[in-house]
Design a binder for this molecule. Structure first.
Ligand code: FES
Length: 178
């Protein structure tokens, strides 16, 4: 009887050893299985972080308006050479001595028939300028003022002038950049 019991115990011990081996293998396999996705996730995270983000809303002002030619604003007295872009609006929108804001472009008319255009995105923190009065283009956010003639800073915290934007006048309309 004791021999039977000894044999039974030996079999039980063997069985336990086998189970341990199986469990160890499973654990290693499990760890390996888990580590792969983690590594993949890290790799994906790195990829995601290296992908340039759109920068949210703050990047939009720096793209379109500032990518326009930075040469002096065009004058309307030059007929369109056919390179104009979309119609911003009729010339009559822009009062002499004032201006009109079209989305991210501000068009001014410092003197009759003399049109200037600049980005409407304030160089301080990216707000869109709101008014053109008394010779200045005015930002509502922190009070920056820019010359309606050349976009230079006339007051407030803005660190740089408004960049000129190329517009043309054709058929009584103001055309945006091509
Ligand atoms: Fe225009 Fe600050 S964003 S003054």
């Amino acid at each position: 009887m004791s021999n039977d019991r000894t044999a039974e115990l030996a079999r039980a011990i063997d069985t336990l050893r086998d189970r341990r081996a199986v469990l160890r293998g499973a654990a290693v396999a499990g760890l390996a299985g888990v580590s792969v996705p983690l590594l993949a996730a890290c790799g994906g995270g790195d990829d995601a972080s290296s992908t340039p983000s759109s920068g949210g809303t703050t990047s939009a002002p720096t793209s379109a308006p500032t990518s326009a030619p930075s040469s002096a604003a065009s004058s309307s007295s030059t007929p369109s050479s056919g390179g104009g872009g979309a119609v911003l609006g009729p010339v009559s929108d822009v009062p002499v001595g004032g201006g009109k804001i079209y989305d991210k472009i501000v068009v001014t008319q410092p003197a009759a028939g003399e049109f200037k255009a600049f980005t409407a995105v304030c160089t301080h923190a990216g707000c869109i300028v709101r008014t053109v009065e008394n010779g200045t283009i005015n930002c509502p956010c922190h009070g920056s003022k820019f010359s309606a003639t050349d976009g230079s800073v006339q007051g407030g915290p803005a660190p740089a002038p408004l960049a000129a934007v190329q517009v043309t006048v054709s058929g009584g309309n103001i055309l945006g950049p091509a």
